[in-house]
Ligand binder design. Structure first.
Ligand SMILES: Cc1cc2nc3c(=O)[nH]c(=O)nc-3n(C[C@H](O)[C@H](O)[C@H](O)COP(=O)(O)OP(=O)(O)OC[C@H]3O[C@@H](n4cnc5c(N)ncnc54)[C@H](O)[C@@H]3O)c2cc1C
Length: 837
């Protein structure tokens, strides 16, 4: 066994071998893969081999697209048959919600270059004559996808990797992993030790065991998945004899199953409620090609629905049932990227569609390791989207939930119920009593909107429970309050969110933003270090606030922080709650080794209550001795003030474009402040508002967000951050790339668009944008109905020649084209008069 390798990949499933292949392809030909048994002896061997391109995540969609193209190239390159049957993939719809989901997806697909064909029920029947299309309203088809032989694919990847110089050690188990003071990894195996600069964990169902070796909690626990293989059916055998094409992969999404031909018979794979997590403490050390006892009772409703949809399925006997482990994460997307807290340790774990994802995952992680950055936005799969709250109990509940929801309609505003209420702020019960409808971000409960308890009606349409297995969604009231009936169009929460906005605009609103990630940066080197990290200048005067971006070396936006020097030489940094682990990991990994800078995460110590609206100053003035007048307390500044008997750092910033103050307070004083503010606010008409009202108002101000219009895929100048990027201030990561982009010209421009002719839906981001001639010229990144300006708005990235004000464009929403035009930034209060007021 070698003594040293540039990179050691652990795990010889399809994901690990693809990682090795792509590292070798990038020139790291001295990389090594270690597999405890034989290649493919984990989940890979029993996969059905389907390659579904369909995915609503921008990151995962691009990964899948790469794989489907790459697997053909791999076959060419290695001369090994990977068994890729390009038989197409049809997803049927039985409800309008499902159809809207497909139309929404078609926009995402178009912007990332995936072809989607729309089929009528008759066209489905023509391709799949054994399918009974009763109740089907239409379908989408990916003509490029189909299924592959997972073991053959893995062997071809292994051959490709070896041909490029990489080494694979089979029957060798990694038993311990340590990092020395120089950052070199020591990988101990039962056959000896190997040192490496980088280690990549691709250990499938063993992910948590591997994580334990290096002291991290990998948010992955597998769930059991079954599929049934039938005996041959005479009709299918007859079709084969006649030389007719295979019917392709069929998905009855509303019945939550997939089906395809297999050796003259059929495969049926359901995603059922009740499928349990497995290998909760990891598989045994003997585990190899392992299957579980089948449980057909659990999938009985799905089997029965398959009898109706494809009667031939019920006419033949069952040949074999596979019940195997699929690695899962709480949102069902894989965990790909740097491990939190560890330098040069990487994860490519939690792959629930690993045969499909392996190509793209290997490609991107190799880019990330070798070049220092991936080439596509990986926020949707980044390991650091989870934090310490994602413990074993949490993962069991959430991963089973993710599994049973594989086929439910994925509504953009949907909030799922498992493992909720874990992290609540002190004022949670008060907000709940006021009608708060909570969502979950990074484990925190946050009020998305406030549901009224009276004066509402449920339309007949909203209360219908569709007769399908997956995708129930209706709006019976909860605790006497209106419940949201999720939709891709405007939902029954729309007008209530509008009322919240109206109150913020006319009076004053209160929002709990305590989920913000917060960290204190102190020590003698703090200021210079921050200056060297960020593209913006750190304010010279204490109390001034600056929005600062951390860029990648290619000039893309990695993270965004509000920076405020709250004590002399000590800085308070606030960033999005969802990105706490991500943002703080980058800060910790960038720390100088000389101890001159100290980082202290303080998210849990401080709460944030946002007061916004024209009457916010009058209200707060009633509670504080500090003079809040404009002359004494300017926009974009902060100071410590008393709020009654309590104390808070008041920051004159907000995300809604109104006069306002963020009150950052010791968390234990939150309820005291909440009650004082609500009582003092009564005369000013104070009402709580939620995240959805805030988001809508922020779009009227053209405020950018990670990972939408701010992303590693766009240069900071393309995202329109010119005023936050100071190339003349000295070195910072991404500076050279920004200078170069300015010289060479930008590929994209950030724009705000007005969309006309809209009736009951608004853009959400990911819609395709065209010029007048129907050419694709960009993508929407966000959108809303702007209540204060009375117009539908979209934010987006378009080619520069289409970004001037007045440019006419078209935007496709749920399959229909609408006229749009580029308008000036911040259509609501462009001069910021209300913020400065
Ligand atoms: C019934 C079923 C059907 C499926 N159908 C599909 C499908 O149609 N399409 C699709 O895309 N996906 C499908 N999947 C999912 C797919 O099988 C997995 O996502 C994929 O195989 C994951 O590959 P992997 O390389 O991450 O993990 P694995 O294949 O499990 O490989 C991990 C490897 O790591 C090795 N290892 C672990 N620890 C160590 C150690 N300490 N030292 C050395 N080696 C170690 C293991 O021995 C194992 O070989 C299906 C899964 C199941 C169960």
């Amino acid at each position: 066994m070698k003594k040293h390798a540039r990179a050691v990949v652990i795990g010889g499933g399809v994901v690990g071998v693809s990682t090795l292949y792509h590292l070798a392809k990038k020139g790291w030909d001295d990389s090594v893969l270690i597999e405890r048994m034989e290649l493919t002896s984990g989940s890979t061997w029993h996969a059905a081999g389907l390659l579904p391109l369909f995915n609503l995540s921008y990151s995962v969609g691009q990964i899948h697209k790469y794989s489907v193209k790459f697997y053909h190239e791999l076959q060419e390159e290695t001369g090994m048959d990977v068994g890729f049957s390009v038989v197409s993939n049809i997803r049927m719809a039985q409800t309008q919600d499902r159809w809207d989901e497909y139309m929404y997806y078609a926009g995402i697909a178009e912007t990332i270059g995936i072809k989607v064909k729309i089929l009528t029920p008759d066209q489905v029947k023509a391709i799949w004559p054994l399918c009974n299309t009763d109740g089907v309203i239409g379908a989408i088809q990916h003509e490029d996808d189909g299924y592959i032989q997972p073991a053959a694919l893995t062997q071809a990847l292994a051959k490709g990797a070896r041909n490029r110089g990489a080494t694979i050690y089979r029957n060798t188990c990694v038993t311990a992993i340590e990092q020395d003071d120089d950052g070199l990894w020591h990988v101990m195996t039962d056959k000896g030790e190997i040192t490496a600069e980088h280690v990549i964990s691709c250990t499938g169902n063993f992910a948590r065991k591997t994580g334990e070796m290096v002291g991290i909690n990998v948010p992955v626990i597998p769930v059991q998945h079954q599929f049934i293989v039938t005996e041959p059916h005479p009709d299918i055998v007859a079709r084969q004899k006649q030389g007719l094409p295979e019917m392709g992969v069929l998905r009855d999404a509303d019945s939550a199953w997939y089906m395809r031909e297999e050796n003259g018979g059929l495969i049926l794979g359901p995603y059922e409620p009740g499928a349990p997590c497995c290998y909760v403490d990891g598989p045994s050390s003997e585990s190899e090609y392992e299957l579980f006892q089948e449980d057909l009772e659990r999938i009985e409703p799905h089997i029965e629905s398959a009898f109706v949809r494809v009667p031939a399925f019920g006419e033949v006997g069952i040949k074999k049932v596979y019940n195997g482990a699929i690695a899962y994460s709480p949102d069902g997307n894989p965990i790909i990227g740097p491990a939190p807290g560890l330098k040069n340790f990487w994860l490519s774990e939690g792959h629930s569609f690993g045969i499909t994802a392996a190509g793209g995952a290997g490609w991107q992680i190799a880019e990330w390791i070798v070049e220092g950055e991936p080439t596509i936005d990986m926020m949707g799969v980044d390991p650091r989207r989870y934090g310490p709250y994602a413990t074993k109990g949490y993962l069991i509940e959430k991963n089973e939930e993710a599994y049973r929801n594989v086929f439910t309609v994925h509504f953009p505003e949907e909030e799922r119920g498992a493992a909720r209420g874990l992290k609540t702020t002190p004022s949670y019960s008060r907000q709940k009593a006021l009608g708060g409808v909570f969502g979950s971000v990074y484990g925190w409960e946050r009020a998305n909107w406030f549901a009224p308890s009276e004066n509402y009606e449920i339309s007949a349409e909203d209360s219908v429970v569709p007769d399908v297995i997956a995708g129930h969604n209706h709006s019976d009231p909860v605790d006497g309050r209106i419940k949201e009936r999720y939709r891709f169009t405007r939902s029954n929460a729309f007008e209530h969110i509008g009322n919240e906005i109206k109150n913020v605009t006319e009076n004053v609103g209160l929002l709990d933003m305590s989920a913000f990630a917060k960290i204190e940066v102190s020590g003698p080197g703090a200021r210079d270090w921050l200056e060297s990290l960020f593209a913006n200048k750190i304010p010279k005067n204490r109390g001034r606030i600056a929005l600062c971006h951390m860029l990648t070396k290619f000039g893309g936006v990695r993270a965004e922080f509000t920076v405020y020097e709250w004590k002399p030489g000590s800085f308070y940094l606030v960033s999005a709650g969802a990105f706490e682990a991500h943002d703080h990991d980058y800060l910790f990994k960038a720390l100088p080794g000389d101890g001159s800078v100290i980082l202290q995460p303080i998210t849990q110590k401080y709460g944030v209550l946002v007061l916004a609206g024209p009457k916010s100053r009058d209200l707060l003035q009633k509670l504080t001795y500090t003079d809040l007048s404009n002359g004494n307390f300017k926009w974009l500044s902060g100071r410590e003030i008393n709020v009654g008997a309590a104390t808070a750092h008041a920051l004159r910033v907000n995300f809604v474009g109104e006069l306002g103050f963020e009150l950052h307070h010791p968390i234990e004083t939150q309820n005291a402040i909440y009650d004082m503010v609500m009582a003092a606010g009564e005369e000013f008409g104070i009402k709580p508002f939620g995240i959805r009202a805030m988001s809508s108002m922020s779009i009227e101000k053209s405020y950018r967000l990670i990972p939408r219009e701010l992303s590693i895929e766009y240069n900071a100048l393309e995202s329109g951050l010119d005023r936050f990027v100071h190339v003349d201030k000295g070195e910072f990561p991404g500076r050279d790339a920004v200078i170069k982009a300015k010289k060479d010209g930008l590929k994209w421009n950030f724009v705000t668009m007005q969309v006309d002719g809209v009736e009951n839906y608004d853009p959400r981001g990911s819609e395709a944008i065209y010029d007048d001639n129907g050419n694709l010229v960009g993508r929407a990144t966000n959108g809303t109905y702007g209540w204060r300006i009375g117009k539908t708005l979209a934010l987006g990235m378009v080619k520069p020649e289409f970004s001037t004000e007045g440019q006419k464009l078209q935007i496709k929403m749920l399959g229909k084209l609408f006229k749009a035009k580029v308008i000036g930034e911040s259509p609501f209060d462009p001069q910021n008069e209300r913020l400065r007021g």
